[in-house]
Design a protein around this ligand. Structure first.
Ligand SMILES: Cc1cc2nc3c(=O)[nH]c(=O)nc-3n(C[C@H](O)[C@H](O)[C@H](O)COP(=O)(O)O)c2cc1C
Length: 295
């Protein structure tokens, strides 16, 4: 499909019959894939296996505690996934405004921001908070190239940020899904089940039926993953147009934010307390460091 480098994701999830993750990792290594994103529970042994084969490892996690554990295991950088994200949100419910700054304050290795990003304003925010870049899941589902049914893309465009559901919290395997009929039913069963058995909800959260949605376009056929960012998605562009637009928006946003810094560029000195300076970018502003508005 491409001559360019690419990475693969290896997600380790609790399962009744755990897949052969070491086998998957072996295939990744044997196929010469050099960049791997790991995610999920107890990835230690797999990370060791991949590191021993000199893979560059990006580990995705939803808590700073897990990020520190991954660093100890030797991952190269991290993807910090806020509570807004699609799919496995973890059990701590910390959104990216806090999580990214905690990452900046405490990790000491590079990280990218994941969860809730769809535009250049978001990219600029992530960079401001200390990330080196962003990861987007839901936004890329809603592109021309995404190999999923058009009806699913249209459902995302029509959806609001409130149209997601959290399921499987009761079993500490919380997932953020698109709030369709099945997901809402799953939440109800999870809340009302007196046995508390996973088997009660299992038929509603079948991954097989969920995958079928992407093929048949019936958005209520099964559960499927989407993040709160659906509220920010209003079109179905090509990946090229999307990425270029995000670049333009981020440049504009960063430029606009920079223009709020006034009075320092001429001689580089800090203004004395109470000193009124001249704003070179915004002639209307007269207060040092406040911004464009004349107060
Ligand atoms: C349809 C879909 C499937 C996903 N599958 C996986 C997966 O198998 N493993 C994983 O680590 N993350 C998975 N994710 C999560 C993304 O990799 C990413 O962390 C998340 O989408 C970021 O949040 P966002 O959707 O707000 O951008 C999936 C996301 C979507 C939308």
């Amino acid at each position: 499909m491409t001559k360019n480098p690419f990475g693969v994701n290896l997600t380790l999830l609790p399962a009744l019959v755990p897949p052969d993750y070491h086998g998957y990792a072996k295939v990744i290594i044997d196929e010469g894939i050099s960049i791997v994103e790991t995610a999920g529970n107890s990835p230690g042994p797999v990370i060791k296996q991949l590191k021993a084969a000199n893979c560059i490892i990006l580990h995705k996690c939803t808590t700073i505690r897990h990020a520190h554990s991954a660093i100890k295991l030797g991952v190269d950088f991290l993807s910090i996934d806020g509570f807004e994200c699609a799919g496995h949100v973890g059990e701590s419910d910390i959104t990216n405004f806090i999580l990214l700054s905690r990452a900046r304050q405490s990790l000491g290795v590079p990280f990218i921001a994941s969860g809730g990003f769809a535009d250049g304003q978001g990219l600029a925010a992530a960079l401001s908070l200390g990330a080196e870049g962003i990861n987007m899941g839901t936004r890329f589902m809603c592109t021309i190239e995404a190999p999923i049914h058009q009806k699913v893309k249209e459902a995302i465009v029509e959806a609001q940020e409130t149209d997601t559901e959290l399921v499987l919290r009761r079993w500490k395997n919380t997932s953020r899904l698109f709030a369709n009929k099945v997901a809402k039913e799953a939440v109800k069963v999870e809340r009302e089940s007196t046995s508390g058995k996973f088997e009660d909800v299992a038929p509603y959260v079948s991954g097989k039926r969920g995958r079928e949605v992407f093929i048949n376009g019936d958005v209520d056929f099964g559960v499927w993953t989407a993040g709160q960012v659906i509220g920010l998605i209003h079109d179905i562009p090509s990946c090229k147009d999307l990425v270029e637009r995000i670049e333009r928006e981020a440049e504009k946003t960063i430029g606009k934010a920079s223009s709020l810094i006034v009075g320092r560029a001429q001689d580089g000195r800090e203004p004395a307390p109470g000193e009124v300076g001249q704003n070179m970018n915004s002639p209307g502003a007269e207060i040092w460091g406040i911004g464009k508005t004349k107060l």
